[in-house]
Write a protein that binds this ligand. Structure first.
Ligand SMILES: Cc1cc2nc3c(=O)[nH]c(=O)nc-3n(C[C@H](O)[C@H](O)[C@H](O)COP(=O)(O)O)c2cc1C
Length: 676
């Protein structure tokens, strides 16, 4: 991705370097990193060099690469982009997936180098799974692992791996959550491995914790460490033009209203903004069944949802216990509230285009032409609490000075406690802020699209077997609804969208691979630990094991389940199915932890500890596979229980027991899917 400079100049003189006379001053000297034998043509060189005004950008180019699943790292990249100019840098944002074809060429792109042939990069890296990269960073991480591998075959070229990123100067900020065992594993991996392959670290890695104050951590890192280091290293005493003026935030998009309804333009996926590709690729799937799994006496709701994937051709194919991505839709009430507050005509159709100076390849944010109604319902996150930096952007649009001040205060470092109380804890979305708290906000649609985060897909572990149900996908959905302090109700956007669908309807969905895979040798036993909605993949695995036994006539090993909930009569979901599996002989053991049926709380990890001896035998003598799904805290307690079992019954020290379990994980025998 490359953004056009606002300066009309792409000049090159000379073979190995470019000089440009800009007015009276001497601008950048661009050194080329290409070897003499692959010297580019003159036209190529002209394309390659993007020369900057040294008065506006004394720090030169700075590229932000992000690895993001739900958009936080991407929005941090946008913060750095917005602030770049005031610090003297021309910032470019690149989705890491864009570098997959040739990461070395992408990261050392000559057009973004300085006079000394150096490239400057920031990596904003989120961690997922159990210490794994986000989908869009997987290719880049694979590339680095190959470079660092001892296996010569893996390296793919004969270049000295330790010189791969010679000329790259970089900084890393990791986004993670301390509740996970592999806290910020990806940030740490990138920080260490880019140095090992020749990159030069500018400052130590910054670490953010989503369990506490991720945005505050990022702010402290960028304002306290990153920008000062960048200034001292690359800008020095050069004066940076004052760009802080009282104008609206720069908008990268423009809206062209149409005279009537129109269908979305046909567009190549290559032109799509990578993080919104699901808007273009997800498939309409009819919902064929929704069934309440909890007792009417319970105050919560868990739905069994079935969707028909037979109409999607080959586009929606899945394997047992994969993940189902669902594109949520905002409620009509929220869409109408925001449209009324901002004076938008919901029936109007428009085409979204890049604003002048912001044209680049991956510009398509979502399919247009579309109606304003569709844009607000499907592509804008109206109910999620905005980040503090988004509140600061909103402040620019408030007409009433008191509201403006309040938003500025909430978005400031000193306003953190107030922000937590009034926005996060109160569960205030952009729709509440604009329609209730700050009604004086006025913003044209393109600005709203630019400021409001995209509405991201929500993922559910599939609870059906693809062998038994090749034409449908089943999901288990716990419907999120909480009382706010003011008595109003906060409703989770996707689960309530599914719960409120009229006549079942259709949802837009896609499939993502998961790590839940059964042993290739079906005779191996499996131990499944999945309390609450964590039962979903276990239900799928049991169906698959039943299919293997009855249809494929395989010798299927024992299947042991640990399930937990509050009370047998309230929220023992799928009890009928589990009892039937037991009767059929496919569920060998079912251990149930009803936490509220006795004075002391009983959870799955307690039952596991009770069966320590048998569990150790299954693991060590019979090569059992272990699957865990549910809340991170439960996952930690289960891992701890397993380490104790391995230590006590396998006669190992704490360190060796941990190594044993880690080894099982790296061999695909201990698989976890946990959420915070
Ligand atoms: C399913 C799931 C798995 C996660 N796994 C980890 C992990 O292993 N280690 C970690 O530090 N954070 C983990 N996180 C936390 C995310 O990295 C963190 O919330 C981050 O801010 C998300 O950024 P993004 O919106 O850019 O994707 C996980 C989050 C989810 C939802």
């Amino acid at each position: 991705m490359e953004e056009a400079s606002d300066l009309p100049m792409n000049l090159l003189i000379g073979a190995g370097c470019a000089t440009l006379v800009l007015g009276s001053g001497l601008a950048f000297v661009m050194m080329k990193s290409k070897k003499a034998n692959d010297e580019p043509s003159m036209e190529e060189k002209e394309e390659e060099i993007e020369v900057l005004d040294p008065e506006k950008f004394p720090g030169g180019h700075l590229t932000i690469y992000y690895g993001s699943q739900t958009g936080t790292a991407e929005s941090f990249a946008q913060d750095l982009e917005r602030e770049g100019e005031e610090h003297g840098f021309k910032v470019h944002i690149v989705d890491l997936e864009e570098t997959d074809e040739d990461p070395r060429a992408a990261l050392l792109d000559p057009s973004k180098q300085d006079a000394h042939g150096k490239s400057k990069a920031v990596f904003l890296m989120s961690t997922y799974g159990e210490g794994e990269p986000t989908d869009n960073a997987a290719g880049f991480v694979r590339f680095l692992k190959e470079k660092l591998s001892d296996d010569e075959e893996e390296k793919k070229d004969d270049m000295d791996p330790s010189k791969t990123f010679d000329g790259l100067e970089y900084a890393v900020f990791g986004l993670g959550n301390r509740q996970y065992e592999h806290f910020n594993a990806m940030g740490k991996f990138i920080d260490a491995s880019v140095a090992q392959v020749g990159g030069m670290r500018i400052i130590p890695i910054g670490i953010g914790d989503d369990d506490d104050d991720l945005e505050g951590d990022f702010e402290s890192w960028k304002d306290g460490k990153f920008w000062p280091a960048m200034k001292s290293k690359y800008v020095g005493n050069a004066a940076v033009a004052d760009t802080k003026h009282d104008k609206l935030p720069e908008c990268h998009y423009s809206v062209e209203y149409l005279n009537g309804a129109a269908s979305p333009d046909k567009i190549s996926l290559d032109d799509v903004h990578l993080s919104s590709k699901h808007y273009f690729t997800a498939v309409d799937c009819p919902v064929t069944l929704r069934r309440e799994l909890r007792s009417p006496a319970d105050d919560g709701s868990t739905l069994h949802v079935e969707i028909d994937i037979s109409k999607g051709g080959n586009e929606v194919k899945y394997q047992t216990a994969d993940n189902l991505g669902i594109l949520p839709v905002n409620s009509n009430a929220d869409v109408e509230r925001i449209a009324t507050a901002l004076n938008y005509d919901l029936g109007a159709y428009f085409r979204l285009k890049a604003a002048k100076g912001h044209e680049h390849k991956h510009n398509a944010l979502f399919p247009t032409p579309c109606s304003v109604q569709e844009c607000l319902a499907r592509y804008c996150d109206l109910s999620g609490p905005p980040r503090r930096s988004e509140l600061k952007l909103l402040a620019a649009y408030a007409k009433d000075p008191i509201t403006k001040q309040a938003l500025m205060r909430l978005s400031s470092k000193d306003g953190k406690a107030e922000y937590k109380e009034k926005i996060l804890d109160a569960k205030m979305g952009i729709v509440d802020i604009i329609s209730k708290l700050c009604p004086s906000i006025e913003m044209p649609l393109e600005h709203f699209i630019s400021v409001c985060p995209r509405l991201h897909p929500r993922y559910y572990t599939i609870s059906s077997s693809s062998s038994i149900h090749p034409k449908s996908i089943h999901a288990t959905v716990s419907v999120l609804s909480e009382k706010r302090q003011d008595g109003s109700e906060f409703k989770g956007v996707c689960t309530n969208y599914l719960a409120d669908l009229v006549d079942n309807g259709k949802i837009r969905a896609f499939v993502r691979e998961s790590t839940f895979r059964l042993p290739t040798d079906a005779s191996k036993p499996i131990i499944m630990i999945g309390p609450g909605t964590g039962i979903a993949p276990m239900h799928a695995l049991l169906q698959e094991r039943s299919y293997q036994k009855s249809k494929e006539k395989k010798n299927v090993g024992s299947n042991i389940l640990y399930f937990g909930c509050k009370k047998r009569d309230l929220d023992f979901i799928y009890s009928d199915e589990l009892n039937a599996f037991e009767k059929e002989g496919i569920l060998t053991e079912m251990h149930l932890a009803f936490s509220r049926e006795q004075s002391e709380k009983v959870y799955v990890q307690h039952l596991l500890a009770k069966n320590a001896k048998d569990t150790w035998k299954l693991i060590d003598e019979q090569g059992a596979y272990i699957y865990v799904c549910g809340a991170v805290k439960m996952g930690q307690d289960v891992s701890e229980a397993l380490r104790k079992i391995i230590g006590q019954h396998g006669d190992r020290t704490t360190t060796d027991a941990k190594a044993y379990l880690d080894d099982m994980a790296s061999n695909g025998r201990f698989i976890q899917e946990l959420w915070a």
